[in-house]
Write a protein that binds this ligand. Structure first.
Ligand code: TYD
Ligand code: MG
Length: 458
C-alpha cells in the first residue's frame, strides 16, 4: 500500500497537502517538512496514524461516561481537575532535569498500588531512556514498596513492543518516557514527522484500550525541538513542569486540558526522595524573607482556586553609562517596563536613569495583574531606600494613568493573608461593602501616587 504524502509545519503542527515556504497557518518560514503516515500492527490490533480517526471517535464516545481516576497525589489531581480520564492521552513536558521522570514514576507507583493481582497490572512504565535497574534505583529513592513492580517496568524504545504490551494488558495507566526516545522499526528517531506519527498511534491506542497514556516530552531551553508543540495539538491534556534552575520549587500546570481547568497549579519541592507536595506554598515562599529590606513587597496571587502569598523583590541602581538595564524573573519584562514607566510618570521617584531588576521569590510566575501594585510598591521602596512594613500585603491592578483598579476575589485573598499573620493590607478603592477578616487593617488607595504616601507613612 502506498504512503500518503503530506507536509507538516514544525512550528504549529498543522498538516498541508503541498509544500510552501511560509506556513499558511502560523506564518513561520522554512518550517514545512515532508511527512509520511505510519502504519504499524501490534498483534491483533491494527493501528494506523493519519487522518482516518473514525474508529477512535466511536471509542471516545464509549469511554466518556467513565469516572476519573484520581492519582492520589493531590497536587497532580488538582491540576488534572480530579484525576485522569480513562482513554485519554497526556503529554508531560518540561526542560531536561526538571523532574519529569521522577514525577511520572511517582504517579506510576501510586497507581500501581491499586494492583489486585499480578496478572492484571493497573499501570505499566516504559522507559526508552533508562534501564530497568535505573528506573528501580530511582523508585528506591521515592518509595520503599516498589519491589513487586519489577514486572510492570520495561526498558524499550520500540513502539511496536509498547503498543503490543498495552493492547494485551489494557492497564489503567501507561507511562512512556519519552516520546522522543521511542520509534517504530523503520523510522528514524527524533524526527518531527515521526513524533507526530508516534503520538497519533498512541492516541488511537489510548482510545481503543481505555488506557490513559502519559507521554513525557522534552522541551529544550530555546524550544529547538518543536516536537512537543506539535504533540500539544494531538493530546487531550498537556502538563508542564517548571522551575528555576537554582531552587527546588517545581510548579505543575496544565496549559491545555480537555477535561478541566487550565488555571490550577500544583506546587512541589524536589527532595532527596523525589518530588514532595508543598501543602502550604505561601509559608514556604515567605520563609526566607529578609526582615526590613527595601525593595520587597508581598502580593497575593490567585492561581486557579488557591491564593499564594509571594514576595516580589526589586533592586534599582543608578545606571553608570548608556541604557539602563532591566531584567525580570517571574513577571513579564514588558509588564515590568510598563510599571517602571507608570511609577516614573506619576510619582516623584523617576526610574529613567536607574537599572532595575525584578524577581519573584520561589520561582513562581505571576500571570495576573493583581500583583501590579505590589510590584510598584517594591520599585518605590527600592528607589526610596525605605522598607515596607513587613506585616503588609499589597493588592491592586495598575492602569496606564497610574490609577489602581480592583482585583477579583479580594476577600478570599485577604483571608489567606490573615491566615499567615499579616496585619495590614493596601487594597484598591472599593465601592461595595467588603467583608474584612478580623484583625486586618485595610487602607484603600486609588492611585500609585497615593500608594507612595501609604507605603511609607510609618
Ligand atoms: P528527572 O526526573 O530525571 O528529570 P527529567 O526526567 O525531567 O529530565 O530528575 C532529575 C533531577 O532530579 C536530578 O538532577 C536529580 C534530581 N532528583 C532529586 O533531587 N531527588 C530524587 O529523589 C530524584 C529521583 C531525582
Ligand atoms: Mg527523564
Amino acid at each position: 500500500m502506498g504512503k500518503t504524502q503530506n507536509w507538516l509545519c514544525g512550528e504549529c503542527g498543522e498538516v498541508f497537502g503541498k509544500w510552501s515556504g511560509k506556513c499558511p497557518s502560523c506564518d513561520a518560514w522554512n518550517t514545512i517538512k515532508e511527512f509520511h503516515e505510519a502504519r504499524i500492527s501490534t498483534g491483533k490490533t491494527k493501528l494506523s496514524a493519519g487522518r482516518d480517526l473514525g474508529a477512535a471517535k466511536n471509542a471516545v464516545r464509549k469511554t466518556e461516561p467513565q469516572q476519573r481516576i484520581a492519582t492520589k497525589i493531590d497536587e497532580v489531581d488538582r491540576v488534572l481537575g480530579g484525576g485522569f480520564f480513562p482513554g485519554s492521552m497526556i503529554l508531560f513536558g518540561g526542560a531536561p532535569g526538571i523532574g519529569k521522570s521522577t514525577l511520572a514514576l511517582q504517579i506510576f507507583l501510586k497507581f500501581s498500588e491499586k494492583t489486585k493481582t499480578e496478572s492484571e497490572p493497573t499501570a505499566l512504565y516504559f522507559s526508552g531512556e533508562e534501564s530497568v535497574e535505573q528506573v528501580l534505583h530511582r523508585a528506591e529513592r521515592v518509595t520503599k514498596k516498589f519491589g513487586e513492580k519489577v514486572n510492570q517496568i520495561f526498558s524499550t524504545s520500540s513502539l511496536e513492543d509498547i503498543c503490543e504490551t498495552i493492547a494485551k494488558n489494557s492497564p489503567a495507566l501507561a507511562v512512556i518516557d519519552s516520546i522522543q526516545m521511542v520509534g517504530t522499526e523503520n523510522s528514524s528517531f527524533g524526527q518531527l514527522s515521526q513524533l507526530r506519527e508516534n503520538a497519533e498511534i498512541l492516541l488511537k491506542l489510548a482510545k481503543s484500550t481505555g488506557t490513559t497514556i502519559l507521554v513525557i516530552g522534552h522541551v529544550t531551553k530555546n524550544d529547538e525541538i518543536a516536537g512537543p508543540k506539535i504533540l500539544e495539538h494531538i493530546v487531550d491534556v498537556v502538563l508542564r513542569l517548571e522551575g528555576e534552575g537554582t531552587n527546588e520549587v517545581r510548579v505543575l500546570s496544565s496549559p491545555k486540558n480537555r477535561f478541566g481547568s487550565t488555571l490550577e497549579v500544583g506546587v512541589f519541592e524536589m527532595r532527596g526522595s523525589g518530588l514532595a507536595e508543598l501543602k502550604n506554598p505561601s509559608e514556604f515562599f515567605l520563609a526566607e524573607r529578609a526582615e526590613n529590606a527595601a525593595g520587597s513587597a508581598i502580593a497575593v496571587v490567585r492561581e486557579g482556586s488557591r491564593n499564594f502569598l509571594l514576595e516580589i523583590q526589586v533592586l534599582t541602581v543608578k545606571t553608570n553609562f548608556g541604557q539602563p538595564r532591566r531584567t525580570a524573573h517571574g513577571i513579564g519584562l514588558s509588564k515590568f517596563h510598563l510599571l517602571l514607566a507608570v511609577v516614573s510618570k506619576f510619582t516623584p521617584f523617576k526610574c529613567g536613569e536607574f537599572d532595575a531588576y525584578c524577581s519573584v521569590v520561589g520561582g513562581m510566575k505571576i500571570k495576573e495583574p493583581a500583583a501590579d501594585l505590589a510590584i510598584c510598591a517594591a520599585i518605590l521602596s527600592s528607589r526610596a531606600e525605605k522598607e515596607i512594613s513587613a506585616d503588609t500585603v499589597i493588592l491592586g491592578e495598575v492602569g496606564l494613568s497610574g490609577e489602581v483598579r480592583s482585583v477579583g476575589n479580594l476577600e478570599a485573598r485577604l483571608v489567606e493573608a490573615t491566615k499567615l499573620g499579616f496585619k495590614k493590607a493596601i487594597i484598591p478603592r472599593t465601592r461595595g461593602k467588603l467583608k474584612i477578616p478580623a484583625g486586618l487593617e485595610t487602607t484603600e488607595v486609588k492611585s500609585v501616587l497615593e500608594l507612595v504616601k501609604m507605603v511609607f507613612k510609618n
